[in-house]
Design a protein around this ligand. Structure first.
Ligand code: F6R
Length: 353
């Protein structure tokens, strides 16, 4: 039931705060030790020499973020694959692969096809899904829940952040994050709420930047590039504004020729190592007439930026940076008088290949 909300999507965006708490309570005990992740899962991952994250759409995008946690905290090389590609062009595998399937529904046919192949080849697998007792959770060796509650809107929001949180917790459990992750995630939840409480500011950004626009761009580097592709998918799938999300450094290799007077370019700026470079890229598109909308973390902000994201640990910034993008997509779609929850041509769960 939508309750007081006009659309499920807005309700589900708001629920990200509570989902973060729920996951923290489920996966950490009072002393911040890991619980509810079977030792056999941790051992299976530790004894593998490479992780293969396989997923579709938004879940694939959550995998792009999770890769960073697995590589940085466990030291195990991690590849992220689109299930519909992997299914028919399986890459050369390592000696001891471990497969991680990410899925909201647990029923995505492309991902099921890969899991079938993986099981036939005898490789170990884990499904991280929102719908437990789904095909993907039943047929993998292991399963972990996302605990996000039913996600009704076709555009996935809370399942994305839940996937990133569970990936972080799992990587922390397998390796050494060097973080008090329970505490860091508590801070994330607080700051998610701060952003959500300011949702009206994204209505203004959506109207100012995207009204009467047919195309837009999201750019960023590193983890912001991973969020940029998800941000672009959110905006395009419900508002029908054709949006590309990509690594900011790629602009000069082609895409910059698309920039015209007033083309909206939304830049995500939360990663200190590359912030200077992204500032340069923002200046280059601005010089060609782009309407640049910079969404920067507090420590990297400059006057003229459109929105300031509160600071949390930089590796966890995707959990915050995606929320402005979700809200911009929501308001741009409302502004167009379209059905936010049910975009044309799309089903919530894609059960055909
Ligand atoms: C986009 C969206 C889709 C799904 C994709 C995978 O907002 O929801 O891209 O993420 O179809 O679905 P699941 O996660 O159920 O496997």
């Amino acid at each position: 039931d939508k309750g007081v909300y006009p659309y499920y999507m807005l309700k589900e965006i708001d629920e990200q705060v509570i989902v973060a708490h729920t996951l923290s309570q489920h996966y950490f005990d009072d002393e911040a030790n890991i619980q509810n992740i079977d030792a056999s899962i941790i051992e299976a991952i530790q004894s593998s020499d490479r992780l293969y994250i396989v997923a579709a759409g938004t879940s694939y995008h959550a995998g792009l973020v999770g890769k960073r946690y697995f590589e940085q905290w466990t030291g195990i090389p991690t590849e992220v694959h689109i299930s519909s590609e992997f299914a028919y062009d399986q890459p050369l595998l390592s000696q001891k692969p471990f497969f991680i399937f990410l899925s909201q529904s647990g029923e995505t046919a492309d991902s099921r096809e890969v899991l079938d192949n993986v099981v036939k080849q005898g490789y170990p697998s884990l499904t991280i899904a929102n719908v437990m007792n789904s095909t993907l959770t039943r047929e993998a060796d292991f399963a972990l829940p996302l605990l996000a509650g039913p996600e009704i809107a076709v555009a996935s929001t809370k399942a994305y952040t839940a996937q990133i949180i569970v990936e972080a917790i799992l990587a922390h459990a397998v390796g050494q994050s060097g973080l008090d992750l329970k505490n860091e995630l508590a801070k994330v939840a607080v700051e998610m709420q701060v952003i959500i409480d300011q949702k009206e500011s994204f209505k203004d950004i959506a109207e100012q930047a995207l009204q009467n626009r047919r195309s837009a761009f999201y750019i960023g580097r590193g983890l912001d590039a991973a969020v940029a592709v998800e941000a672009a998918l959110k905006l395009k799938e419900i508002s029908y504004v054709q949006t590309e999300g990509f690594a900011a450094g790629e602009l000069k290799h082609g895409t910059i020729s698309l920039i015209e007077e007033n083309t909206p370019v939304l830049a995500l700026l939360t990663q200190s190592k590359t912030a200077g470079l992204v500032r340069g890229e923002i200046a280059q598109v601005a010089a060609r007439g782009a309407n640049t909308i910079v969404i920067a973390s507090k420590s990297l902000v400059k006057t003229g930026d459109a929105y300031i994201i509160p600071d949390v640990n930089e590796l966890l910034m995707p959990l915050l940076a995606v929320i402005p993008a979700q809200l911009i997509a929501y308001y741009a779609t409302l502004d167009r008088h379209l059905d936010v929850d049910r975009p044309r041509n799309l089903a919530k769960s894609v059960t055909v290949q």
